[in-house]
Ligand binder design. Structure first.
Ligand code: NI
Ligand code: MN
Length: 228
């Protein structure tokens, strides 16, 4: 088994691969959809896609408690340094690095990235992870649709995690177009139903994905996992 992916609600994900625990955008406190508390979260690495408070979330507290390394863009990694987080790793878009859990590349995302205190959070990103046994996992996190998703799809994706909530990110129609660009074997929707503003019918979206594409859509409940 290459990787287990858990959706904790909103855009918060857990990934276990190669014996490491990775948290992505760990927003538990104040997240009405969160399936566990920040205190229960475990991590060796924490990936932060952009500066917004629903993505930075509890990352500082979890990093300080667990000793996890925070990985983000260079500006956000520097901001975590200033918050007293001991281990950070800054990258930039298009740049990859071989971490212990796999080769991680930051991808384009079409969004904002101001940090909770108004600091410059650089540019928002998604994550493309190649696991040690060659599986390719794409976590789009917060983004609108962009044509260069076709380039990400050329990597040959096993999994794409996509927002469908609309208003702040792609909605269901554009997320369906994204699935067609990405051609991932499996797709998982996120960033919906946290609040009424981003309420969506994920089951209806999954039916459209399976009718119009070759991708398999997996709808997780908060706390639910899939193994690849
Ligand atoms: Ni955001
Ligand atoms: Mn968000």
């Amino acid at each position: 088994m290459t990787a287990t992916i858990t959706w904790y609600g909103h855009a918060t994900l857990g990934l276990e691969t190669g014996g490491y625990k990775i948290l992505i955008d760990p927003f538990f406190s104040g997240n009405p959809a969160a399936s566990i508390s920040a205190e229960a979260a475990q991590a060796d690495f924490i990936l932060v896609s952009h500066g917004h408070s629903d993505h930075v979330g509890d990352a500082i507290a979890i990093a300080k408690r667990t000793g996890a390394t925070v990985i983000s863009n260079y500006e956000i990694a520097g901001w975590f340094d200033k918050q007293g987080v001991e281990k950070t790793h800054g990258q930039q878009h298009g740049g990859g690095f071989k971490h212990p859990f796999g080769y991680l590349k930051l991808t384009l995302a079409f969004h904002g990235s101001a940090l909770p205190d108004g600091s410059n959070g650089g540019n928002p990103c998604g994550f493309l992870l190649t696991t040690d046994d060659g599986k390719k996992l794409y976590f789009a996190q917060d983004t609108g649709l962009f044509g260069d998703m076709k380039l990400i799809g050329e990597e040959g994706l096993d999994l794409a995690v996509l927002p469908i909530g609309d208003n702040f990110t792609m909605g269901p129609d554009d997320a369906l177009r994204a699935v067609k660009f990405l051609e991932a074997k499996t797709v998982i929707p996120i960033h919906y139903n946290t609040w009424g503003l981003i309420a969506q019918d994920a089951g209806a979206w999954a039916k459209r994905v399976e009718a119009e594409t070759k991708s398999k859509a997996v709808i997780l409940k908060p706390g639910g996992s899939i193994a690849l």
